[in-house]
Write a protein that binds this ligand. Structure first.
Ligand code: AHM
Ligand code: MG
Length: 340
C-alpha cells in the first residue's frame, strides 16, 4: 500500500539521488549537511528576541557593513557543518574575505564540490523580528586535485549544480533546486523535520507585485524609473502592488509563489548595485529559471555573467518572466534615448 505520510526532505534527497547518473551520494550528503545547519540556525533565529545574541558586534564584514552577532553565528554553523561532514573541498562565504580550503579529512580531499553561502541575508531585519534567510550555491570544482583555487568559485551561474535558500519566517522553509525544478519544504519545529510542502514550484509568468527600495528612486537609472512609473499607471491591470521587506530571500519567496518582480538596480553611488553575484544573484537566478521565471542584470541573463572576483556586485532583476522582460525593454529604450 502506498504511504500517505508526507515526504520528508531527507527522504526526498535520497529519492532524487537516482536522477544523477553515476551519483556517488556526495551531493545528497552535502544537502543533508545544509539541512542540519539550517535547523541549528533556525533555533537561534527564533530565540533572537530572548537571548542576548542580537545587536552589533562592533566589527565589519568585508563589504564594510556592520556585522550582527547572528551573522557570525550562522556563518560558523554552516562552515562547521560542511567541514565536519567532509562534504565539500572549499567554501566561500559573503562574510569571509577569502575562500576556505577545507580539505582536512580524507573525504573532503576527494570531494568535487565547492559551496558559496550568504549565511544570514537581510540581517538588519533581525532586531525587528522580520524574516531573514540563508542562500547557498553549489558548483563542481574545475581545478584538478590539490588545494581549491579561486577559479573553482568564479564560475558563471549556469554551471551551478544546485542552489537554494532557507527562509526563517512565520514558518521556516528550505527551497532548493538541483536543476530539475524547484521544491519547497516546511519545517515542523516540534519534530525538527522538513516536510515537502511545495512540490514543483512554478512562478506565474506575470504578477502584480513589484519589490524595490523606492526610497532610492532619484538615484536609479532612467529605465528603472520608467518601469516604476509603468507599474504605477492605472492601465491594463495596473497599478501593481508594491511590497518590499528588505530581505531578498523573503521578497523573492513571496514573488515566486504569487508572481512578481524583485529589483535591486544600479544607483548613482554604486553602478553595480548592492547584491553579490555569487552569493545572492546566481543562486536566486538559478531558482527563478528553474521555476519558469527569469533573472537579469537589466540587459543580460544573470547566469551568463562571468565573475571576476568573489565579492562582486551586480544590478539584479528577478521574478516572473514577462515582468523581467518588460524591465529589459525599458532599460534598452532608456539607453537608446540617452544615446540619441
Ligand atoms: P545583506 O546581505 O547585507 O543582508 O544585504 C542584502 C539585503 C537583501 O536581502 C535586501 O533585499 C537588500 O539588502 C536590502 O537593501 P536596502 O536596504 O538597500 O534596500
Ligand atoms: Mg546578503
Amino acid at each position: 500500500m502506498k504511504s500517505t505520510s508526507p515526504l520528508t526532505l531527507g527522504e526526498f534527497i535520497i529519492d532524487k539521488q537516482a536522477d544523477f547518473q553515476y551519483s556517488s551520494g556526495e551531493l545528497s550528503r552535502l544537502l543533508s549537511a545544509i539541512r542540519l545547519a539550517s535547523k541549528v540556525v533556525n533555533q537561534q533565529v527564533n530565540k533572537a528576541g530572548l537571548v542576548d545574541i542580537i545587536g552589533a558586534m562592533g566589527n565589519q564584514n568585508v563589504q564594510g557593513e556592520e556585522q550582527q552577532k547572528l551573522d557570525v553565528f550562522a556563518n560558523e554553523v554552516f562552515i562547521a557543518a560542511l567541514n565536519n561532514r567532509e562534504v565539500v573541498c572549499g567554501i566561500a562565504s559573503e562574510e569571509n574575505e577569502d575562500f576556505i580550503d577545507v580539505r582536512t579529512g580524507e573525504n573532503s580531499q576527494k570531494s568535487k564540490y565547492v559551496v558559496l553561502i550568504d549565511p544570514l541575508d537581510g540581517s538588519s531585519n533581525i532586531d525587528v523580528n522580520v524574516n531573514v534567510g540563508t542562500i547557498f550555491s553549489i558548483y563542481r570544482r574545475v581545478s584538478q586535485d590539490g588545494p581549491v583555487q579561486l577559479e573553482d568559485f568564479l564560475q558563471p551561474g549556469n554551471k551551478q549544480v544546485a542552489a537554494g535558500y532557507v527562509v526563517y519566517g512565520s514558518s521556516t522553509m528550505l527551497v532548493y533546486t538541483t536543476g530539475n525544478g524547484v521544491n519547497g519544504f516546511t519545517l515542523d519545529p516540534a519534530l525538527g523535520v522538513f516536510y515537502l510542502s511545495h512540490p514543483n514550484i512554478k512562478i506565474p509568468t506575470k504578477g502584480k507585485i513589484y519589490s524595490i527600495n523606492e526610497g532610492n528612486y532619484i538615484k536609479f537609472p532612467q529605465g528603472i524609473k520608467d518601469y516604476i512609473k509603468y507599474c504605477q499607471e492605472e492601465k491594463e491591470g495596473r497599478p501593481y502592488t508594491s511590497r518590499y521587506i528588505g530581505s531578498l530571500v523573503a521578497d523573492f519567496h513571496r514573488n515566486m509563489l504569487k508572481g512578481g518582480i524583485y529589483i535591486y538596480p544600479s544607483y548613482s553611488q554604486s553602478p553595480k548595485g548592492k547584491l553579490r553575484l555569487l552569493y545572492e544573484c546566481n543562486p536566486m537566478g538559478f531558482l527563478a529559471e528553474q521555476a519558469g521565471g527569469k533573472a537579469s542584470n537589466g540587459f543580460q541573463r544573470i547566469l551568463d555573467l562571468n565573475p571576476v572576483e568573489l565579492h562582486e556586485r551586480t544590478p539584479f532583476v528577478c521574478g516572473s518572466s514577462e515582468m523581467v522582460e518588460k524591465v529589459e525593454e525599458f532599460m534598452k529604450n532608456a539607453e537608446r534615448n540617452e544615446k540619441s
